[in-house]
Design a protein around this ligand. Structure first.
Ligand code: WTA
Length: 645
């Protein structure tokens, strides 16, 4: 499969960028010609950011799985679509060809149908990183059900909230999941999440770890039994088929929950056609994918990166995608490097937190590893510091591989700002130039465009995007107003990213991190309000305030200031109790790294917590606390400073 929309030179990048800005409809219609449509569009783009309303390819009909699978069958039947690497290196690798993927997805679509799932129904998927997770996602897309994948690190309570918000009636899960030396009891967590739930009708359970599970009559069924039954329904005389549901371009493809600065996580909704175009276009261009290349994205499919760059982008491009069940440091810190050599990986796409953690193991895990197949390296999820960038470039890429620093978000569907491997210039720790179709703007707090450079010769502001691209979120599930206020109301007429950024004279962008109350811990987005709510649920806690602080490996750590109601507490035990509470309410990923007990929090006279001061204390930057005289009780600052841990 060749890609007529692949940008192969810097000149072409500038040309395509210009054209996409001047004539977005013509530009994207041309890209869209490279996909399979049941019916073409009536209108390429219809939008306003006031409601907001964004429609790409309105009136078109398609099914994304016909683009990700069926259309490749004529020429690439035997090509590996997914190469699955198990947690335990002793276990056998599984290679799923496009033909096999087609069969399994058809079978699973039939399973969903047999269990009563219809177009538009919400199916929650809570599984480990096994190929069956990809079959489940694609099976949903095939029958037009809306999938909502939940990361395995979330607690039963978080799952329950998401099930409830999405009004999900179906769940696909595993008995358990392997992650390094751990065995996570997924089905048991689902059982806890379902206590009191009234909407879920069916739970389909895939056997992975053989952990004992409870199976409730009338509700729980085994994946294996269901698939066996479906096989004879979809396969007749050796021919496999399951008719794909005809979807509107704007029909929702999936919901993915993500944290914001306020309240509970929101369900970001992506559309069918626009998301398909955006993930495929960015996959091919950013990584400069060439037919035959082996692409290894180390993310979990529970996050957007896995959706876009393990499943949809690569498969729509007819690529080979490596899916890894385990973690980078088990059985040892050479695991990624072994996988690269074993499968002759050409493109490695991972997170700065993984790079920093592996850097910490020194050179030994790299001994005897060739890494000669690598052509392109990528990073995503958080700002990458220069030290990690250079370590990656020198030790993994041997200075032979372009490094792409891809900036994007759950809400953007795919990459918005990144260099294109070997085609546009790279600049360590800068995401660099916008993709065609992306019009970034730096604005001041008041919404005016930043026009002045600061003393370092760069412009600095809050990052907005001025016009829609095909992969932009369409709504937040069940609450469109929330989508408007979160993303389109801060700076009217623009999509606000929540990130701060710098811009240099060449038009390169460097993302400096969130400017709202969202933390980025090991590349995972966590709202401070969410963590505070969880801490406050502990019976002894009166009040708490959570901020981020620089952490060598995780990028940001979670620092909690807690007012506790007992005079004599055993600090260490209480800390553990609070951590346990957060683990129960949100999941282990949100556990505070540091908990400091305080008698008061710095508040304004109107009662607002001054997080800026707490952030400075957490960073041990005592010289820049700013004016504290306006605080209700300036004395608390001294106490907090002295008690810093
Ligand atoms: C941050 C992950 C700097 C950013 C795809 C964004 C980055 C948030 C980069 C989205 C990058 C992501 N450089 N920061 N290359 N990539 N971020 O929704 O703060 O999990 O807003 O999407 O991660 O996180 P999310």
């Amino acid at each position: 499969m060749a890609y007529p929309f692949q940008i192969t030179s810097l000149e072409q990048y500038h040309r395509d960028y210009k054209r996409s800005a001047e004539d977005p409809e013509g530009f994207w219609a041309e890209v869209a010609e490279n996909f399979l449509w049941r019916k073409k569009w009536d209108r390429v783009l219809n939008w306003n950011f006031t409601e907001p309303k964004v429609e790409w390819f309105g009136g078109a009909k398609l099914n994304i799985t016909e683009n990700a699978i069926d259309r490749h069958l004529a020429t690439m039947r035997d090509k590996p679509a997914i190469i699955w690497e198990p947690n335990n290196p002793e276990e056998r690798t599984r290679v799923v060809t496009y033909e096999r993927l087609h069969k399994r997805v058809c079978q699973f679509a039939q399973v969903l149908k047999n269990n009563g799932v219809k177009k538009g129904d919400r199916v929650c998927i809570y599984m480990g990183m096994v190929p069956e997770l990809a079959y489940a996602v694609l099976g949903c897309a095939r029958i037009g059900a809306i999938h909502s994948v939940i990361f395995g690190g979330f607690s039963a309570r978080s799952i329950a909230d998401r099930l409830d918000d999405a009004q999900a009636e179906y769940i696909v899960t595993c008995d358990g999941a392997y992650r390094g030396a751990k065995d996570i009891p997924l089905k048991s967590l689902i059982d806890d999440a379902l206590i009191g739930n009234k909407t879920v009708k069916r739970v389909i359970v895939y056997t992975r770890t053989r952990t004992p599970v409870s199976m409730i009559k009338g509700r729980d069924v085994w994946w294996e039994d269901e698939m066996e039954h479906a096989e004879s329904q979809v396969e007749k005389n050796g021919v496999v088929s399951f008719p794909a549901e005809e979807m509107d371009a704007e029909d929702p493809l999936f919901i993915l929950y993500t944290s914001g600065s306020t309240g509970k996580p929101k369900g970001v909704v992506h559309s069918t056609a626009g998301y398909m175009l955006w993930t495929t276009y960015t996959f091919v261009n950013v990584f400069q994918y060439k037919p035959g290349d082996i692409h290894f994205c180390t993310a979990d499919i529970g996050w957007i990166t896995g959706h876009s760059y393990i499943v949809y982008g690569p498969l729509c491009a007819g690529a080979t995608s490596v899916m890894f069940e385990g973690i980078p440091t088990w059985p040892d810190a050479g695991r990624f490097w072994d996988i690269i050599d074993k499968h002759q990986v050409n493109i490695l796409y991972t997170a700065p937190t993984a790079i920093r953690s592996l850097m910490g193991f020194g050179h030994e895990p790299l001994e005897g590893k060739h890494l000669a197949s690598l052509k392109v390296l990528g990073t995503v999820g958080e700002p990458i510091n220069e030290e990690a960038w250079h370590w990656y470039d020198e030790n993994i890429g041997k200075k032979q591989c372009p490094v792409v620093d891809t900036w994007w978000q759950t809400e953007t569907g795919g990459t918005l700002i990144s260099n294109l491997a070997g085609v546009t210039p790279e600049k360590p720790s800068w995401a660099s130039l916008p993709m065609p179709g992306i019009i970034p703007l730096l604005v001041n707090e008041d919404g005016s465009e930043v026009t002045e450079k600061d003393e370092d010769g760069v412009m600095k502001g809050n990052l907005c995007i001025a016009a829609p691209w095909p992969g932009i979120l369409r709504t937040t599930y069940g609450d469109h107003e929330r989508c408007r206020t979160n993303y389109f109301a801060t700076y009217p007429g623009m999509y606000f990213t929540g990130d701060g950024a710098l811009k240099d004279d060449q038009g390169n962008y460097r993302i400096t991190g969130r400017v709202d109350d969202v933390l980025n811990v090991s590349g995972h987005r966590i709202g401070t309000a969410e963590v505070e709510n969880a801490i406050n649920m502990h019976s002894g806690v009166v009040e708490s305030a959570v901020v981020g602080y620089p952490h060598d490996i995780k990028g940001q750590g979670i620092y909690a200031f807690v007012i506790y109601n007992h005079a004599h507490i055993n600090d260490e035990l209480t800390r553990q109790d609070i951590q346990q509470t957060v683990t129960r309410i949100i999941g282990p990923i949100a556990k505070p790294d540091k908990i400091q007990f305080v008698h008061g929090l710095p508040k304004t006279r109107s009662g607002k917590i001054m997080r800026r001061i707490l952030r400075k204390i957490a960073e041990a930057d005592f010289d820049h606390l700013g004016d504290i005289s306006t605080l209700l009780d300036p004395g608390v600052v001294e106490e907090i400073k002295n008690g810093r841990i």
